[in-house]
Design a protein around this ligand. Structure first.
Ligand SMILES: [Zn+2]
Length: 322
């Protein structure tokens, strides 16, 4: 099983703020992977998903208060072995000063100066390193070390002495074939099912600012895919779907992909000339209904049910293309 099937999404844990400082997927493979600890609540390996999701929202709040761009880390692993998307791999975070745009950050939730990491958490990390290397996201299936090992950060205690001590072993195991490492204990999130809508966004948050249905349809889909909530492999699946449909894959920039999606939507729905956004959304809702991903009204108003439909559909094509 790929690490992607285990990662709880931003929608699932209820991310509220914009994800990081921009897209860097054009720079894959990332050259470095730095390990952190959050030095916040150290949950038990038996913690519930709800407890971990609440902690994710606290971690996000700390990052938002410090840097103003949501959660600071790309991924977060808990003592249970469960893993949650922070920013996702493609977004630039605020974790390892001077290396943020070229490195992936993986944070272990809790304090590893005073606690030992669990075998389940380490196994999840090894799976991430191995799979991300296989997918070309990181240059090597290894972490460069803890935060304190990064140039200019030697006075930092992060990632805690007990976690630091495990990192050479993590690298050894991550470079072996998959069969030699125990599977992580984390249960599979319901990737292709609609997920619970997070609590209402507070006024002024990112989620509150992206209004429906004023935003053009293509921009809205792009926002969802490249700023929020989507599996990395879902994005790749969409690009692959576009390529097979004859709409090109030359561009890896956000703007280029926006153009691809636009051309593809217009081609699929035979749109000519000026059409209202409502008409485009109606056609898209009709399409989602035809693939059993939308049960709402064909009203041209893209509410939460339409968005969940788009994600369900993208997860469908993800399994078809990967
Ligand atoms: Zn750190």
């Amino acid at each position: 099983m790929s690490i992607w099937a285990l990662i709880y999404t931003r929608v699932q844990w209820g991310a509220l703020f914009v994800a990081g400082f921009g897209d860097r997927s054009a720079n894959y493979p990332l050259r470095e992977v730095w390990t952190h600890h959050t030095v916040m609540t150290h949950l038990s390996p038996n913690a519930t998903v709800a407890q971990e999701m609440a902690e994710m929202r606290r971690i996000e709040r700390v990052g938002q208060d410090r840097f103003g761009r949501g959660i600071s880390y790309n991924f977060v692993i808990f003592p249970s072995g469960r893993i949650y998307m922070g920013l996702g791999a493609s977004r630039i975070g605020a974790h390892t000063g001077g290396r943020n745009s070229i490195s992936l950050s993986v944070a272990f939730a809790g304090n590893y100066e005073t606690n030992r990491p669990t075998t389940a958490a380490l196994a999840t990390y090894e799976l991430l390193l191995r799979d991300f290397h296989k997918e070309g996201i990181v240059a090597a299936p290894r972490t460069n070390g803890g935060h304190r090992d990064a140039p200019g950060h030697s006075s930092n205690a992060c990632a805690g002495r007990h976690l630091q001590a495990e990192l050479p072993g993590v690298n050894t195991r991550a470079s072996r074939p998959a069969v030699t490492t125990a599977a992580p204990a984390a249960p599979k999130p319901a990737a292709s099912k609609p997920v619970a809508k997070p609590a209402a966004a507070p006024p002024g948050s990112y989620a509150d600012r992206t209004g429906w249905p004023e935003r053009p349809v293509v921009q809205r889909i792009n926002d969802q895919l490249w700023e929020d909530n989507a599996y990395e492999s879902t994005k790749f699946a969409l690009v692959e779907a576009l390529r097979r449909a004859g709409y090109g894959t030359d561009s890896v920039t956000a703007w280029g992909r926006l153009q691809q999606i636009s051309r593809w939507l217009r081609g699929r729905h035979n749109l000519r000339g000026p059409e209202t956004q409502v008409e485009i959304w109606k056609r898209f809702q009709t399409y989602l209904k035809s693939v059993n991903r939308y049960a709402g009204a064909i009203d041209g108003i893209p509410g939460p049910i339409t968005v969940r439909g788009i994600f369900g559909w993208l997860n469908d094509i993800r399994s078809a293309y990967l």
